[in-house]
Design a protein around this ligand. Structure first.
Ligand SMILES: C[S@@+](CC[C@H](N)C(=O)[O-])C[C@H]1O[C@@H](n2cnc3c(N)ncnc32)[C@H](O)[C@@H]1O
Length: 410
């Protein structure tokens, strides 16, 4: 039976995710075992459709998606009771039973309903009442590690119910044990790499992150180069759902493993902190990558290219406000009384880093991912590309600077 799916992703990555999904669908193993069609991209994600194994393939291969959601039902609503009725009418027992545990999550865009907690309660009641009427028993709630996660997405007029096929969000690849101060989520890092042109077949160039922290860019980049699937080292919620097609799932995993390549990697990182570098090296090993990650402890203001050939320099510098208000919306630059000491330090760092880029990195493409929207002004460099992206709720930019000796191309 053809199912409709939705793959959410960090905002700004929707076109890149749609491209990635089309590439996954075009893999010979996926086309044979789990074919699917990619549909509309909408703010926050991409729709696709296929039989259930399509969800297995996307969970296994997508670096950019945050989850894979199976669309269960949708209807217009005016009150919580409409959502309750919609939920109660579904045959949830085709996926899980009364002995399993559930968690309900609500997302909303302009819903007129007052309390999303109350909506969550009504969705939970709908699932439990419907199952008790049919089977005489109901699942219990477990918010920490449920067997099944149910999502209700509300727009102004419509409610869509989804069943999550991923479980833990897909940015959790299973290799990160050590977190730095402000690590990038793996799927956002992978999206940035993709936007910077780091895609299979284009990974022979050197890649260097001079503020590598826990090494997220570097590990993701190496896995892309080596054809290691992002989901190869973890499990997914669909594996415990009723009716899982174990044969297709096993075959998809085997094919993915067989697709790994061996190639020499020209990937290196540096950081001012030796602790961070130790974390990056440990993460590299846990991710099953060959050899040792090439690292060096050095201040980014004084870095030299680690390879003779020019390549990609990719950097996610710390940003005072970002770290200070982690998890909250960053007020726009205009309404922040920026601390003048911090401002002066940011300008000083940018001036020094800019002259290092100009003097030492001629021929390199420098990509800077930052919440500091005035970064090009601080660096006194003209960007050749700027891509708006969100890190959670924080508005960011990915800037590209093409370095030539003594400056950059405007
Ligand atoms: C926002 S974090 C980068 C996170 C990294 N992308 C990750 O995913 O883990 C910024 C990093 O810059 C490092 N750092 C701060 N000042 C530095 C400097 N002057 N030179 C080099 N690294 C610096 C910090 O130690 C931190 O690891």
């Amino acid at each position: 039976m053809t199912q409709a799916f939705f793959a959410p992703c960090p905002r700004g990555l929707e076109p890149a995710l749609a491209d990635e999904l089309r590439e996954i669908a075009a893999r010979p193993d996926v086309a044979q075992l789990a074919p699917f069609d990619v549909h509309r991209e909408v703010p926050g994600g991409v729709h696709f459709s296929g039989q259930m194994p399509a969800a297995y393939a996307v969970n296994l291969h997508s670096r950019l998606a945050s989850r894979v959601l199976l669309r269960v039902a949708a209807r217009g609503y005016r009150h919580e009771d409409d959502i309750y009725e919609l939920t109660r009418a579904q045959r949830w027992d085709q996926w899980f039973g009364p002995d399993e545990t559930i968690k309900v999550e609500i997302t909303s865009q302009r819903s007129p309903l007052r309390s999303l907690n109350f909506v969550a309660l009504r969705v939970k009641d709908g699932v439990c009442d419907g199952m008790r009427e049919r089977l005489g028993g109901r699942p219990s709630v477990d918010t920490a590690s449920p067997d099944a996660r149910i999502y209700a997405h509300l727009t102004e007029h419509d409610c869509t119910l989804y069943l999550d096929t991923s479980g833990e969000p897909l940015f959790k690849r299973g290799w990160r044990m050590e977190k730095g101060e402000a690590p990038l989520k793996e799927n956002l890092a992978a999206g940035i790499l993709r936007l910077a042109g780091w895609v299979p077949g284009q990974t022979e160039r050197p890649l260097y992150d001079p503020m590598c922290g826990s090494g997220t860019f570097l590990v993701e980049a190496a896995q892309v180069a080596l054809g290691i699937p992002p989901g190869g080292g973890r499990s997914f919620a669909f594996e415990w759902l009723r009716g899982v097609d174990q044969r297709s799932w096993k075959a998809l995993k085997e094919q993915a493993r067989a697709g790994a390549r061996t190639t020499s990697l020209t990937i290196a990182g540096s950081d001012i902190s030796t602790d961070m570098l130790a974390m990056a090296r440990a993460n590299w090993q846990r991710a099953g990558l060959p050899g040792e990650l090439a690292t060096k402890q050095v201040d980014a203001r004084f870095v030299q290219p680690p390879f003779a050939e020019p390549g990609l320099l990719l950097i996610n510098p710390p940003y005072g406000e970002r770290i200070a208000v982690r998890g909250e919306r960053r007020p726009s630059v205009a309404d922040v009384p920026v601390d003048s000491v911090e401002e002066a330090a940011a300008n000083q760092f940018a001036a020094a880093f800019s002259s290092t880029l100009k003097q030492n990195f001629a021929g390199w493409q420098a990509w800077i991912f930052t919440g500091d929207l005035s970064m090009p002004k601080r660096l006194r460099l003209k960007e050749s590309r700027r891509v708006p992206l969100y890190n959670g709720n924080i508005e960011c930019r990915l800037f590209r600077f093409d370095m030539v000796r003594g400056g950059n191309r405007g």
